[in-house]
Design a protein around this ligand. Structure first.
Ligand SMILES: *Cc1c(COP(=O)(O)O)cnc(C)c1O
Length: 304
């Protein structure tokens, strides 16, 4: 399918430079690739990650795509949207009981035509068994969060939207690490790649990212930082929310509390802590996810 026929706004994706004294003091440049502008609901990076999975589903003539996620999963809502765009049916296997986990994200997924099936937390852990249960339907399965080398191949196209050669450092947030794997394989060899994990103590990530790299870049160095999870995946603190509001007030940059808010917080802290060289020029990938802020409730952020 021609990507132009999709209601995604690639023209809007732009690079914005952040002006702040904590950067200029060290002569560090920070630019933000605004993938969030692709679409108000579908996270920028999710679209890229899904692309080749869906093309494969079409190629295999599977009419329905099924995947797994939690109540606040950007991956679920993005899969629903992208399947609709590709003319595919979609099924979301959701962790938890329906009455317990209703969320704006799930409503959104349903509005894109996704059929939601709820399974207990225990069942959810055994994804293979769940998939087996629906074996007779001939669905195309995508793993939770879109983890896989097919997803990374799509994410490798993200840097093509930026003139990325100019940057010494590229930083991005990390869930499954699929996006980071795509960035590593498309960055220049001299560029330093840093991922900031939104999960607490997920130290198998480094290996999981490396597993997704093609042979020719298998040994490429990258770094994942585990110090900015704010209590764990989907967790937040008053500090973080205040920080996100402050960044919006100062730079008109909207961030989400699951990924990009933690990422920006990390960047500022790492700049102050001399992680980046003086004169560095940093490209931050704003991977989207803003629809997730809906779960915070109206009073918390002015730009909801
Ligand atoms: C899903 C998501 C990520 C993480 O992507 P992975 O490929 O799973 O590491 C980062 N940012 C946003 C906004 C996301 O929605």
């Amino acid at each position: 399918m021609d990507i132009k026929t999709l209601p995604l706004d690639f023209e809007k994706v732009c690079i914005e430079e952040i002006q702040a004294s904590w950067l200029s003091e060290k002569n560090i440049g920070l630019s933000v690739l605004r993938l969030d502008k692709l679409h108000p609901v579908v996270s920028g990076n999710k679209w890229f990650k899904l692309k080749y999975y869906l093309e494969e589903a079409l190629l295999l003539e599977k009419p329905t795509v099924a995947t797994f996620g939690g109540a606040y999963s950007n991956h679920i809502v993005a899969t629903a949207f992208a399947c609709k765009a590709y003319g595919l049916q979609s099924v979301g296997i959701i962790r938890g009981e329906q009455s317990d986990v209703a969320s704006p994200t799930l409503y959104q997924a349903e509005s894109y035509g996704m059929q939601l099936l709820y399974v207990s937390r225990e069942q959810f852990r055994e994804k293979e068994k769940v998939a087996e249960q629906f074996g007779q339907f001939n669905w195309y399965w995508i793993g939770e969060g879109g983890y896989g080398s097919t997803g990374a191949k799509g994410a490798a196209e993200i840097l093509g939207l930026a003139n990325h050669q100019d940057y010494t450092d590229i930083v991005a947030s990390v869930g499954t690490g699929t996006m980071l794997a795509g960035i590593i394989q498309s960055a220049r060899e001299s560029q330093r790649i840093t991922g900031v994990s939104s999960l607490k103590g997920n130290f198998s990530l480094e290996q999981e990212v490396r597993d997704l790299l093609p042979m020719n870049v298998k040994q490429r160095p990258f770094r994942i930082i585990h110090d900015y999870h704010f209590g764990g995946y989907g967790k937040q603190s008053e500090d973080l929310i205040q920080f996100i509001q402050q960044v919006y007030d100062e730079h008109q940059l909207p961030l989400d509390f699951v990924y990009t808010g933690k990422l920006f917080y990390a960047i500022k802290d790492l700049v102050n802590g001399q992680y980046f060289k003086d004169n560095a020029s940093i490209l931050m990938i704003h991977s989207g996810g803003l629809q997730g802020n809906a779960s915070l409730g109206k009073s918390q952020l002015s730009f909801l």
